[in-house]
Each structure stands twice: as structure tokens, then as C-alpha cells.
Design a binder for this molecule. Structure first.
Ligand SMILES: Cc1ncc(COP(=O)(O)O)c(C=O)c1O
Length: 451
């Protein structure tokens, strides 16, 4: 039976009264809209997680495809991570100075980060990329950082740039992402076209100003399984032109392979950044890299030394949770094979359904990370993404949530090892039925443009 988007929204409103009450009681206190892609008057508040599922304030169960914005490779409340956290709490969980817990995780990260001659811990992925930029500037004595259109490297001012849609494809110009970003910082950023040979010429042209060329292992806004050839050529062009090359593995690290994008695509950068998976669910960041570059972290007195620090950096609770998660992945490499198969099965089934029913939508995936796009046209880089079916897209996510599938507001979605055959089949069914409902309501028009 076809469900309209109005019916789906009404059904959701009725079953999420507790979330609504939390939101209404203290709407002015919490300002963030968690369900940003949903046209709902209130966000859904999550109460607890278990394996592949989360449960909201009303007790509704959802298959979770956010998994903490990609960090729970093993699902919620994995027993080995839980045990590691408990064990640490009995011994004290925060000392500030170095603790015995750090080496375990540092050793594991070194094994899964081919460029890691050194490891530095911090607290978030944003902090890691901020430090990577500073380290590259300190080491090279140059100031410009090259980033790629469609990137996300965290919330600090140096990474808050969007592509100006009116700028040329081969030489994108940047616009600040929102207010509050100092205009002078634009001078320190060079935006490059992703998966486009014009990027290589721009690197050659700006080599004397460029401290670092920095790219996601796989763009989370555009998960392209064939990202490797471009990464390898980038590494080569950077080396030839005396520019440091960095890979942001905050999402891809320990997710798309134990060795992240570096292992999967056989490319070794000068510096790499981590977060998410390596904290076992607690706040974390890390920078790894070549010893001579990473030596800038050894203190202000070091040759080209930079400042780095942070009260919570390398705290023992995170280190133990991270070591349990990464240690488990290290001893269970089959997790990667299973996740790869499940991700490919999901995308193949959804894409087949779209083709069969002439639905202008597609799913892109690299193993267990996936993203729906609401267009038929091929996507090479973010410049190819259209907003033609935005209404259909919003309706789709609402239907999914009503059917018990939570896709994060960022639309970057993931499977975890806790998503078994049943959950993957349910995802296929819910995505297919929801696309069908959106189509039946006429929210995609036959010519492929907005209605
Ligand atoms: C590639 C990438 N880099 C950096 C970050 C920032 O990490 P955090 O949210 O931990 O600050 C993210 C967050 O999603 C990311 O996807």
C-alpha cells in the first residue's frame, strides 16, 4: 500500500511524542536540529543503542545507519569495548600526562596507517586536521593548503569553505561556509577540482606557496570506489613539486580497510589524520606521518616546532576504548570482507530497483559507507550533483524514518559489523518501498526535474 509523505509525517509525529516533549520543554536550550534533512517539527532524541539499532525517547527502534557518524564499526555497545571502558574506570580515567594506555593504541594505529612513523593523539577529527595543517605549514615554511571541492575536514576556520557554484569547474573558487569565517583565511586556501586533471596543473602552478595538498581517502559527500588512481597521481605530483601530501582518514581509516584508504588504494601520504573508529566510540583524533614531518610536534624548541596540546589528548579512557575496537578489527580481519559484501549487496539491490522502476536515484558506496543521490546522471565530483529532486529526497528520508530506518541528517550512511543479513535485507526493502512511495506521489517528475 502506498503511503504519502503527509501520512508518514503524521505517523512519525504520533509515535515520537516523548521526543516532541523534550524538544518543546527546552527548545531554547538545545539549538541543533538533529534531523536536518527531515521536515519534522522536532528532532528525534535517541535514548540508547544496541548492535545495529538505536531506540528513541519513545522506545521506537530504528536500524541505525549513522552509527555515530561512522565510528561504530562493531555496532553499539560492543562487549569488548564496554569491558575495556569498565576496566579503565576502576583505575582512573583522566591524568593529563602520559598514561600506560597510550602505547597500545599507538602501536595498533601504526599497523593500520602505512605512513605512520609517528603518532600524535588529539580529541576530534577537526583537531587532527587543524594540527595537520599547522604541522605542514611549520615543516614547509609555506602557508597555503589545497583542498578539494566537496571536502569536509571538520569545523575549524581553515576548513570552512564551499565551492562557489558559479566558478569554473577546472579552477573552483571558494565561499565561506556560513558567517564568522575571517575573509583573510581565504588567501590561505586553494580549492582544487576533485578527480580532475586540472588539479595537477594548479598544484604545479602554486607549488611555491603550497604547504600541503589535503584530500579525504574517499569523499564522504561522494563515495567513489575508483578514487585510487586520482590519489596515487596526486601523491606523485606533490612529490615531484616539493609539496606535502596528506590524506584525511577520519572516516576511511580502519573502515574501508584495516589500513584505510592508504591500504585500499595503495598510496602512502606524508601525513594522515584520524578520528571516529580509532576511539571505539569516545572522542578522539590522531595525526600520523613521516618522522621528519612529525618531528615538528616534539615541542617548540624542535626544528620548526609547532604548538600542540590539549587537556584530554590521549586520555586513558579513550585509549582503552580505541585499543579494544581497533584491536578487535586487527584480530578479526573477516569483518572487512563481510562489510564489503554487505555494502555492495545493498547498493546493487537499490540501484537495480531504481533502474527497474525508472526512479531517478542511485546509491554510491565504498564498502560499508554509502550515500543516496537523487538523480540519474553520473557523478564524478560534487559539481555533478544536482538539487533537482530535493523534495523527493526529503520525502524519502521521512518515509525511511517512519519505517524504522534512521539515516543521519548528513546523509552519509554506514553499515557496521552488527548489521547482519536481516538488517541489510530490511534496509533494501525500506529504501525500495520508500522510493516507490515517493515516485507514486509524483515527487519525481518523468523528465527528471523538480515538480
Ligand atoms: C573526513 C573528515 N575529516 C574530519 C572530520 C571532523 O571530525 P570530528 O567531527 O571528529 O571533528 C570529519 C567528520 O565527519 C570527516 O568526515
Amino acid at each position: 500500500m502506498t503511503v504519502t509523505v503527509a501520512q508518514a509525517r503524521q505517523s512519525l509525529l504520533e509515535k515520537t511524542r516523548a521526543s516532541q516533549k523534550i524538544s518543546q520543554d527546552r527548545a531554547e536550550l538545545l539549538n541543533s536540529g538533529l534531523a536536518a534533512n527531515l521536515e519534522m517539527p522536532h528532532p528525534i532524541f535517541i535514548d540508547r543503542g544496541e548492535g545495529a539499532f538505536v531506540f528513541d525517547a519513545d522506545g521506537n527502534r530504528y536500524i541505525d545507519t549513522s552509527v555515530g557518524f561512522g565510528l561504530h564499526m562493531l555496532g553499539h555497545v560492543h562487549p569488548e569495548i564496554e569491558a575495556a571502558i569498565h576496566a579503565r574506570t576502576k583505575l582512573g580515567w583522566m591524568f593529563g600526562i602520559h598514561s600506560t594506555s597510550q602505547m597500545k593504541l599507538a602501536n595498533l594505529i601504526q599497523q593500520g596507517s602505512p605512513c605512520a612513523e609517528r603518532v600524535v593523539f588529539c580529541n576530534t577529527g577537526s583537531e587532527a586536521t587543524m594540527y595537520a595543517f599547522r604541522a605542514a605549514r611549520g615543516f614547509s615554511g609555506k602557508e597555503k593548503i589545497a583542498l578539494f571541492d566537496g571536502f569536509y575536514h571538520g569545523a575549524h576556520d581553515y576548513g570552512m569553505w564551499l565551492t562557489d557554484p558559479n566558478s569554473p569547474r577546472g579552477a573552483p573558487d571558494s565561499l565561506p561556509m556560513g558567517h564568522g569565517i575571517p575573509a583573510v583565511l581565504k588567501e590561505l586556501t586553494l580549492l582544487l577540482p576533485y578527480r580532475d586533471a586540472a588539479a595537477f596543473d594548479l598544484i604545479r602552478k602554486h607549488k611555491d606557496e603550497l604547504a600541503l595538498v589535503f584530500v579525504e581517502g574517499v569523499q564522504s559527500s561522494n563515495p567513489q570506489p575508483q578514487a585510487g588512481a586520482f590519489l596515487r597521481e596526486l601523491a606523485q605530483v606533490c612529490a615531484e613539486n616539493g609539496v606535502l601530501f596528506g590524506i584525511d582518514e577520519v572516516i576511511t581509516g580502519f573502515r574501508i580497510a584495516f589500513g584505510g584508504a592508504q591500504e585500499r588504494f595503495e598510496v602512502v601520504p606524508d601525513i594522515a589524520t584520524y578520528g571516529k573508529v580509532i576511539g571505539g566510540g569516545l572522542a578522539v583524533g590522531a595525526i600520523t606521518g613521516r618522522a621528519d614531518v612529525m618531528n615538528v610536534f616534539t615541542g617548540l624548541a624542535a626544528d620548526r616546532g609547532i604548538f600542540s596540546g590539549g587537556t584530554f589528548s590521549g586520555n586513558p579512557l579513550t585509549m582503552e576504548a580505541g585499543a579494544a575496537a581497533v584491536g578487535y578489527l586487527h584480530t578479526h580481519p573477516q569483518v572487512y570482507d563481510v562489510l564489503e559484501q554487505q555494502g555492495n549487496k545493498l547498493a546493487a539491490a537499490v540501484n537495480h530497483f531504481c533502474q527497474q522502476h525508472q526512479i531517478p536515484a542511485q546509491m554510491k558506496n565504498v564498502g560499508s559507507m554509502f550515500h543516496m543521490f537523487f538523480q540519474r546522471e553520473q557523478i564524478n565530483n560534487m559539481r555533478d550533483v544536482t538539487a533537482a529532486h530535493q523534495g523527493a529526497e526529503k520525502a524519502f528520508y521521512l518515509h525511511c524514518l517512519d519505517r524504522g530506518v534512521l539515516v543521519p541528517g548528513t546523509q552519509r550512511a554506514f553499515l557496521s559489523a552488527a548489521h547482519g543479513d536481516d538488517e541489510v535485507q530490511q534496509l533494501i526493502d525500506v529504501f525500495s518501498q520508500s522510493l516507490k512511495d515517493v515516485q507514486a506521489e509524483g515527487l519525481f517528475d518523468p523528465a527528471g526535474s523538480a515538480v
